[in-house]
Design a protein around this ligand. Structure first.
Ligand SMILES: [Zn+2]
Length: 164
């Protein structure tokens, strides 16, 4: 499978998050052309700061490989990694990262910072960006749009209740 096909599966993971009311971000880890782990953002359900898709998928892959080192692996994620996840990617020694949409507010794989390609660190990763960017971004845009509409609706209902 190619990067685009793997990213489609990461998008499918992201959709599972959206169904649960989680911000739709999905991730996969591929080792020797095989998906060894997949995950999606679960921050609301777990109420833990570290439950981003990348952190969860790294944990799972560590378990499968039986090592904290994820050499020869590629991490696919629908949204550009934040500083925490980029840090974990370095710590796990992941050599290749492919992401979909850019994150203008937290992206640390080229947008705000590029933690994955700073030669002051002891590890650098190859970064491929913009794979299925539109699809991955659209998922987030429509999720937040829907969320705003729900909030607005709730506010209107509350106002109505107050009037009665
Ligand atoms: Zn993150």
């Amino acid at each position: 499978m190619n990067d685009q096909e793997y990213m489609q599966i990461a998008i499918d993971e992201a959709q599972k998050a959206a169904v649960l009311g989680e911000v739709p971000i999905g991730a996969l880890i591929v080792y020797k052309d095989e998906i060894i782990a997949s995950a999606f953002n679960l921050r609301e359900k777990l109420q833990t700061t570290g439950s981003h898709a990348e952190m969860l998928v790294i944990d799972k892959a560590n378990e499968v490989i039986g090592s904290w080192r994820l050499e020869e692996c590629t991490l696919y994620v629908t949204l550009e990694p934040c500083p925490m996840c980029a840090g974990a990617i370095l710590q796990a020694r992941i050599p290749r990262v492919v992401y979909g949409a850019k994150d203008q507010k937290a992206g640390c794989a080229g947008t705000l910072l590029n933690l994955l390609q700073d030669d002051r660190f002891n590890h650098q990763a190859e970064v491929v960006s913009g794979i299925m960017e539109e699809e991955a971004g659209e998922l987030l845009t429509s999720f937040f749009k829907e969320l705003r509409q729900k909030k607005k609706k709730r506010t209107i209902e509350m106002d109505d209740n107050n009037k009665q």
